[in-house]
Design a protein around this ligand. Sequence first.
Ligand SMILES: *[C@@H]1O[C@H](CO)[C@@H](O)[C@H](O)[C@H]1NC(C)=O
Ligand SMILES: *[C@@H]1O[C@H](CO)[C@@H](O)[C@H](O)[C@H]1NC(C)=O
Ligand SMILES: *[C@@H]1O[C@H](CO)[C@@H](O)[C@H](O)[C@H]1NC(C)=O
Length: 511
Amino acid sequence: MENSYKIHLYVFLFAYCGSRLVTCVSSEEKVQYSTDNEIATKELFEAKIMEIEAKVVNLETKVAKQEYIIKALQNGCEVSRAGHVSVNKTDNKNKILGKNFIPRTCQEAYDQGMIMTSGLYIIDPDGQNVGGESEDPIEVYCDMGVGSAVKTLIGHDTEATGAVEICNDAGCFKKDIHYFASDKQIEALIELSNECHQYFKYECIEAPFEYQSEQVSWWDDRNENQQFFWSGKYTSPNAHTCECGIYGNCVGGGTKKCNCDSGLKDLQVDSGIISDKTKLPVKRLNFGHIIADGLYTLGKFECSGKVFISGMPRTCADLRGFGHALNGMYLVMGNDSIENIYCDFSKLQSDNDFQKQIGRVEVQSSPTFFYVQRSRKMDSGIITFQNAPVNIGNAMNLSTGKFTAPVFGTYFFSFSGIGSMDFTTKDAKLQVSLIKNSQNIGKGEAQLTQGLSTDTLTLQSTVDLQAGEQVWVNINIYGEIHLFDDVDQHYTHFTGWLLQEDIVETLNYAN
Ligand SMILES: *[C@@H]1O[C@H](CO)[C@@H](O)[C@H](O)[C@H]1NC(C)=O
Ligand SMILES: *[C@@H]1O[C@H](CO)[C@@H](O)[C@H](O)[C@H]1NC(C)=O
Ligand SMILES: *[C@@H]1O[C@H](CO)[C@@H](O)[C@H](O)[C@H]1NC(C)=O
């Protein structure tokens, strides 16, 4: 402020001398001087006005902070000497919401019918009692909006417009932003919200963001990284732009990305909405190369909506989005099976132990096992069965001999039987084929030479089937031979079961 005042004083003195000189020059020169005089006076007033505005906003900031503290004290919060408010949750939750449950966002409070009007409310983005590391609830402003998503607004100590001080180096004027919520609560709110943004405005006279291709002003994001975009979303490292840069209509045209970068000596304004929730909120403002004046305005940090999760939950983050807040083991959809995971909701999604994989879960939506037998001999065609000691799920049809997969999955089949020659004077051969939808999967064979009467044949296979696909065993004979069986012995066995259901496919198919 001091430097800025000196410069203004200098301008003032120059203007004053100029006006004194007018008395001793020609009328032509008079006009010239009076024009100069007017410009100088105009500049003087502009500078004065900005200076006064800056003083007013500094006072407003102080008043706003005092009001916030008074309100917090009235609500039973504790205020430290430095003016930091800590909410006493035992005292507050009942007072403000009249319930034991503290919603995590304003959207959630609204969805649960807990709040109907805009105002200050207590919320707890990182959840209540979810573990030792969960933090105290925070006070926020809930904005019901009109026909739009409910907004959660977190205030900070720099909401009123502030003036930068004159200085020359890049980032020589710094302003730390202190939010009325911890980093962790803010990050938890971001994770729960569909979108987050923050308004920023810079009114400048010869105070650019970029000067001679050097970034002299920037903001520090929540991960302490420098950002040079003052509107919209992060695009690439060091990308510098304001709103006019995005729309290509900056003062000065051409390659300029901000009005304040125009190099013009009169008042310019850049304002926009920073909307990158992976970077926000703004933790520090840094300005440099300030020749004349700069006023910054940073809005509350605003988040709205809820993360949209469609379909089955796949991660702890999805479960958090659904509203789960208690640490524990949960079943989620894996890539090809149901998985068991442990979620620690007291952690942030970015923390390593937020989610732990336990293992896959064998889920069978329709249990399928069969074991069937024959009671008489046969010599060709699809093998059918007379007897079914086990046919859970009824996937095997005895009279057609066909197995129909009830769900997507991996199935196991085993067939065995004996080939028996009618006469022992000629060679003969009996073949069985496992068929999936008319396609041969594998064969088993009994080959008998003269003199032998019976031979065993077997066939096993593990097969992936889609729901509705069929499997059966077919028989072919070469010579005078047949598949032997009778009502007392049961030499023919066909058994099969569902090893593992592809639950993901089954559910996708059902949709
Ligand atoms: C919070 O408020 C309750 C009720 O007013 C009070 O008994 C308790 O001591 C307060 N807690 C703290 C940490 O001050
Ligand atoms: C599931 O698939 C995704 C994308 O293909 C992959 O990144 C991830 O590691 C897979 N998860 C498991 C448990 O295999
Ligand atoms: C077996 O299939 C036949 C022919 O498609 C059908 O008529 C019969 O009802 C089926 N049996 C059972 C138990 O599903």
